[in-house]
Design a protein around this ligand. Structure first.
Ligand code: ADP
Ligand code: MG
Length: 256
């Protein structure tokens, strides 16, 4: 689904060069749920912007669903972004004074889809908010707002959902509910990438990629862990399974 090879991205600021991404190579298969974890300033958002076709690499290649998107024009990049990628952000980014339903149908209206309203209702039902469709964001709790944002991300049936610190503005219980929702969407076949500084959040994913100072650090796959320790119920390992926990422990104290 995602094949990234030797991605580099640097920023010039005040005469200094910051290597936000330094030869980052990884792959994410279709149907995976993966965390990209690293401390603040490690390059997570830079990487997410490239994966999400919001930005381009300086060098290296990025293939999305087999297509090399590193050299495409801005317009083509926007087309791919709109059709293939659903975004979820820390602060929800909903439009005020529009109902949940209107927020969710907006991307489809921009795309000229006649079935926008029906699809938006379905998406809201999928995140468990069918009964809140006429509420405006300020009439909803933080967790409900994030559900609306997730409905908006999935309404166009994207190949990939990218979530940047999706629980960062929520208390831990509500955050766990949002992560469970991502797990359910993943079980229905959606590919999900969760960007986080938080090891506890990463443990809800089946696999994590750790990034530090713009470099990807190798870690064992949670998937491999699952193969050797299958869960009784066969669903996503509840908070990460033993080996996953040990693989994330050493850098947990860096999170802030
Ligand atoms: P994270 O999301 O992990 O906190 P970022 O990807 O936002 O990290 O940033 C990685 C590094 O790149 C940081 O050192 C940051 O200061 C720098 N950086 C990010 N965006 C810019 C920019 N637009 N201009 C200059 N430096 C930037
Ligand atoms: Mg960030």
């Amino acid at each position: 689904m995602i094949q990234a090879e030797s991605l580099c991205k640097s920023y010039e600021l005040g005469g200094q060069t910051v290597h936000a991404l330094d030869r980052v190579t990884f792959g994410i298969g279709e149907g995976q749920m993966v965390a990209v974890r690293g401390p603040s300033g490690s390059g997570k958002s830079t990487l997410m912007n490239i994966i999400g076709c919001l930005d381009r690499t300086d060098s290296g290649t990025y293939k999305l669903a087999g297509q090399d998107v590193s050299q495409l024009s801005d317009n083509r990049l926007a087309e791919i972004r709109n059709s293939r990628i659903g975004f979820v952000f820390q602060m929800f980014n909903l439009l005020p004074r529009m109902s949940a339903l209107e927020n969710v149908e907006l991307p489809l209206l921009y795309a000229g889809r006649r079935d926008a309203r029906d699809r938006a209702r379905e998406a809201l039902a999928e995140v468990g908010l069918a009964d809140r469709s006429h509420h405006e964001p300020n009439q909803l709790s933080g967790g409900q707002r994030q559900r609306v944002a997730i409905a908006r991300a999935i309404v166009g049936n994207p190949s990939i959902i990218l979530a940047d610190e999706p629980t960062g503005a929520l208390d831990s219980h509500t955050g766990d509910e949002i992560l469970s929702l991502f797990q359910r969407l993943n079980q229905r076949g959606r590919t999900i990438v969760v960007v986080t500084h938080d090891a506890a959040v990463a443990r809800h994913c089946r696999r994590e990629l750790v990034i530090r100072d713009g470099r990807m650090v190798e870690t064992p796959d949670f998937d491999t862990v699952r193969l050797t320790r299958p869960d009784r119920d066969g669903i996503v390992s509840p908070p990460g399974a033993q080996s996953a926990a040990s693989s994330v422990a050493p850098v947990a104290s860096e999170a802030h």
